[in-house]
Each structure stands twice: as C-alpha cells, then as structure tokens.
Design a binder for this molecule. Structure first.
Ligand SMILES: Cc1ncc(COP(=O)(O)O)c(C=O)c1O
Length: 387
C-alpha cells in the first residue's frame, strides 16, 4: 500500500531519545521540553512557544487564554478536521460556521465580514452578540487547511475592528508563510489584537513528536498562562497549591527530543513536500475530470502538507479504484455543521464546504514518497479518468 501521509524518521532523532531513557528524564520536566520550545519559536519567528500533548489540547488552552466561556460562540470554517470544534465544545462554547472560499478552500473572509456586520450587534455591555442565537461571539478561529493559509491580513483586520481574539488553527500548516512570515509570527503593522496560533505534531503532520502540539504567541503573559494551565495550574514548586482548573497537557521529554530532531530536518521536509506537490500539479493541471488542484492563495507560501484534488464528480469511485490498486487516499472531512452532534450550531453558510467534501480526494504526500510510487499514483488516476 502506498500510504497517504506517514512520518519521516531517520537516525537523527535517536540520540536525544536514548538520552531521555538513559537518564530517566522521560516526563515533562526534562531539558528537551524547553529547548524544543525555544527552537520552535525561533523557527516560526514567534516570541514564545508552549508545547502540549496534542494540537487539540493546544487549541483548548488557546481558547481559555482568549477568555472563551460557557455558551459563547467561536467562528469556525465549515470545512475542517473535527479537532477545533471539539476544543470549542470542551469550553462549553459553540462553533458558528462560515463557509470556505471556492478559490483557496480556506475560510471565506467576505462571508465572515458579512456575518459580523449583518448578523451581529453589540449589547449594552459592549459584547458582540449573534442576533439569531443571542449568544456572545467570543473569538474567530480560522483553520489554515492542507498546508495553505487563510487570508491573514483580512482576518487580523476584522479581529481588530470587532475586538475579537484570533485563534489560528495551523495544525496542518507548520512551515507555511503569509507574506514571508511563518505561522505565529507577528505581521508587519499588526494592530494590537489577541492572536494565538496552534499547530500539531501528530504522526501524519509535516513533522512529528508521535503525538503533540504547540501554541505560539507574541505575548509573554499569554505564554506564561498557557504553560501554567498545561501543568495543572500549580503555583508553588514544593507545595501542592493550584489556583484554578488546570490540565495535564504539557509535552513530555521523549516527545520533545523527537521534535528537536524533526525540526532540524523541517527545511528538507518542506523542500520534498514542495517537489511532490509541484509534480502532482504538473501532472494534473489539464487532466480531464479534475477541476482544481491544491490551490495556493495570493501571498501564501504553501507547505503542501496534504495534496488534494477536486474532481468534476463525486470522488468515492476513484477512491475505491485507487484502494484496489494499493494506493491510500481520503476525501476531505465531512462539513462540520453536518455532524449530528453539532447540528444545533449556527450555520452562516456551508455550500462550498459540502461541495469540496463530495468531490475532493487527498492523495499520497509523505515526505518519503518515492518518485516511482508517485508515478504509480499519477498513472493510476490518469488512466481512470482518461485523457
Ligand atoms: C485542522 C486540524 N486541527 C487540529 C488537529 C488536531 O491535532 P492533534 O491530532 O495533534 O490533536 C488536526 C489534526 O490532527 C487538524 O488537522
């Protein structure tokens, strides 16, 4: 089977992992945890990073740091893996869905603006309220999908106008850039807003720690609060005093040791992903039956995390054909507003998300994908769709 997206782990990681085991520093107090945070912040161009046990836990902590509370609403794209919706529900808050754009498949910032201007109003306390549900709109959470990025300038502008925290889910887009700035880096002329960016190091991501995630911020107070919440909110090094509900979310030393070794190779991973992506684009740009290949928005340097094609018709028969030929593929995620446990949520729009779900197919994109295997994927798709 040619797998969809597997990690690339070679000898470089081993020495530090062995050191954790040999010295018995396996938990989160080990030296690699802080070193990994410093290395990550420096790679991303952000002032601070806090590492966690997963991308989902990083999102949960970001929501708490941004002040999202019970029965608030958080604006989320209708198309995403389910994790950010779960993180919102962990807080007892509700996702409110905005469609993705047909051009770049990312959160549609025009729809977002329409929602904020036409469907929300301020109450006497100055809070932004969704007129239909009566709930407080507490944050905007764009998801930078598939290695691309949503329109960051517009998101920052709207977050500033409406005084909403911007929590970016960049689980899939570590290594992507907006106008030359990495995820989590402060933009040129960025206004004063709360902005927290999260990523994931799950095994299928561009680099891995087995399971893990990180939160980036340019605010020291937020970074300290995030680390405090991730370590059970303990206030004293000796006494067991805790000042609020805390979480056991901090990454352990073994995972961080793996992460440092992976981060050292990230430039190579990005180079390979780009080569794989461009090879697919060349092969499929005028292919009958394929209406679009992974888009790259203006100002975005894509990390090509997971190459995805959009077919003229439903993608499931091609998926079956590829499976029979030993090639693993996946459709994009079901529109979040169509998940039964989220059917109470406010949906501003979701037409494009639903269309992408039906007709899309993500195809093998591992860093270690051999050219011969990629050729097999390309030929199998081309022969199925015809010239
Ligand atoms: C968009 C998105 N957000 C969040 C996550 C959650 O990350 P994790 O699996 O590390 O919790 C993922 C993937 O796993 C994702 O694709």
């Amino acid at each position: 089977m040619i797998p969809l997206c597997t990690p690339y782990i070679r000898n470089q990681e081993w020495q530090r992992i062995k050191d954790c085991v040999d010295t018995e520093w396996v938990s989160y107090a080990g030296k690699y945890v802080e070193q990994f945070e410093l290395d990550l912040a420096s790679f991303a161009g952000a002032e601070h990073a806090a590492v966690t046990i997963s991308g989902t836990s990083a999102l949960h902590i970001a929501l708490i740091c941004a002040g999202v509370r019970l029965d608030d609403e958080v604006i989320l794209p209708a198309l995403s893996f389910v994790a950010p919706a779960n993180a919102i529900r962990y807080q007892g808050a509700w996702p409110t869905f905005i469609d993705v754009s047909v051009t770049d498949w990312q959160m549609d910032v025009e729809q977002l603006e329409t929602f904020l201007t036409s469907s929300c109003q301020r109450n006497a306390e100055g809070e932004l309220i969704n007129i239909k549900t009566g709930r407080r709109v507490a944050a905007i959470m764009p998801v930078h999908l598939l290695g691309g990025m949503a329109h960051l300038d517009e998101l920052v502008r709207l977050a500033h106008i409406y005084q909403l925290p911007l929590i970016e889910d960049a689980a899939e887009s570590l290594g992507a850039h907006w106008k030359g700035k990495g995820i989590g880096a402060r933009l040129d002329n960025q206004p004063d807003i709360t902005r927290i960016t999260c990523t994931s190091f799950n095994g299928n991501k561009i680099m891995t720690t087995g399971g893990g995630g990180a939160l980036f911020t340019n605010c020291e107070k937020t970074a300290l609060l995030a680390k405090h919440l991730c370590t059970t909110a303990k206030t004293d090094a000796i006494e067991f005093d805790h000042d609020q509900v805390g979480y056991n979310y901090r990454m352990n030393n073994i995972a961080a040791a793996l992460g440092i070794g992976q981060l050292e190779q990230l430039d190579y991973f990005l180079k390979r992903k780009k080569e794989i992506g461009e090879r697919y684009t060349n092969a499929f740009s005028s292919q009958r039956g394929i209406v679009a290949t992974l888009p790259t928005g203006q100002h975005v340097t894509n990390s090509y995390w997971l190459y995805t094609i959009l077919l003229e018709s439903n993608s499931r028969s091609l998926l079956k054909h590829l499976t029979q030929n030993g090639i693993q593929t996946r459709p994009l995620w079901k529109a979040l507003c169509d998940l039964s446990y989220l059917d109470q949520c406010h949906v501003h729009s979701a037409t494009n998300a639903r269309h992408l779900v039906n007709n899309s197919l993500s195809i093998p994109s591992s860093v270690g994908l051999a050219d011969t295997d990629q050729d097999k994927v390309i030929h199998c798709i081309q022969s199925y769709l015809g010239c």
